[in-house]
Design a protein around this ligand. Structure first.
Ligand SMILES: O=C(O)CCC(=O)C(=O)O
Ligand SMILES: [Fe+2]
Length: 327
């Protein structure tokens, strides 16, 4: 197995590659080659030189820490509901979700405890991540050789507009200081529901990625914290759009012994296509009808739009009757 210098070797030899996203400007073809390689295999890759300022990311983690350090009852004014925004008070994993439409309202203001400067920064951060996701999607369109007539490398632009209604969500995650069992996940295995997810982990690792679709003998590999990178994962829309060429890979969060001493924080930005986007295969010479069986696990989603698919997945994963005394 060949390891490039930047790859993170795991014990098994299966790796999540690190891609220099600066290549997107200097050598887009090479960038596309690296990105498609990762997307067809493990379905996860790190990007460095991604253009989101590190001090902004640090600042967002600081906001998150300040918020989650508050007592549970004072975090719970906006409990998560069918709109998928607000606070979700689970025991070993808590989260605060913001939608694009929440940036200027009370939901974000509450998260930053009324600090206008921080509230504005949350908006800048969210937009930066959205811009990065569109660049990554351009790389995909280039790699998939989408015909010029269909938009070429800009194929995904129109289905991923900042101003359009979509399920795109910024999620601040908190895994409290705790004892735990390494065999019992803090967040159960799942795939993400959108196009791609951008993930930042702070200091403490815990994310694991199911590697068995790459190497049948390797069930899970760790996704370590790599400074100055953002972890990208392929989510369900892309697996459906590509008839399974791109892999929406299962992942989970497991207990890390460092959590005996401190809480774990991560931030995920779930990028979704505009609500009215169909989840049918996209025009690409690399995607054929015969490949359809590969995407079959999401077959039910195929007849839905992105908006309908999100609602369907959320309805299956949440009942909104949280018991706060359990949190
Ligand atoms: O906290 C993490 O590292 C990952 C969380 C995750 O996979 C999710 O919220 O979908
Ligand atoms: Fe996830």
């Amino acid at each position: 197995m060949l390891l490039n210098n930047d790859s993170q070797p795991s014990q098994s030899g299966v790796t999540i590659p690190v891609i220099d996203f600066g290549l997107f400007s200097s050598d887009p073809e090479e960038c596309a080659r690296l990105v498609i390689e990762a997307s067809r295999n493990i379905g996860f890759f790190y990007v460095k030189n991604h253009g989101v300022p590190q001090d902004l990311i640090d600042d967002m983690f600081a906001c998150s820490e300040r918020f989650f350090q508050r007592p549970v009852h004072s975090k719970s004014r906006h409990l998560i509901g069918p709109d998928n925004d607000g606070f979700s008070p689970m025991k070993s994993e808590m989260a605060y979700n913001l939608r694009k439409t929440s940036l200027e309202n009370e939901l974000t203001s509450y998260f930053v405890q009324g600090d206008n400067v921080e509230q504005e920064k949350v908006g800048v951060f969210f937009k930066d991540l959205h811009r990065l996701s569109r660049d990554i999607m351009r790389c995909f369109a280039l790699a998939l050789q989408v015909p010029k007539a269909a938009g070429g490398s800009h194929f995904f632009d129109k289905s991923h507009e900042w101003d359009a209604e979509s399920g795109t969500t910024l999620r601040f995650l908190y895994y409290p200081q705790q004892t735990g069992d390494p065999d019992s996940p803090l967040a159960g295995s799942h795939t993400d529901y959108g196009s791609i997810t951008l993930l930042m982990q702070k200091d403490i690792a815990g994310l694991e990625v199911q590697a068995s679709r790459v190497h049948k003998d390797v069930p899970w590999i760790a996704a370590p914290v790599i400074p100055n990178t953002i972890l990208v994962n392929i989510a369900d829309h892309l697996q459906m759009w590509t008839n399974g060429l791109f892999k929406s890979t299962m992942h989970r969060v497991v207990y890390n012994p460092q959590q005996l001493h401190s809480a774990r924080y991560s931030i995920a930005c779930f990028i979704h296509a505009n609500d009215d986007t169909k989840l049918d295969p996209i025009p690409s010479p690399m995607i054929t009808q015969e490949m359809r069986a590969e995407a079959v696990e999401f077959e039910e989603g195929r007849n839905m739009t992105a908006g309908e698919y999100l609602q369907w997945r959320l309805n299956r994963s949440y009942d909104y009757n949280f018991k706060l005394e359990d949190a």
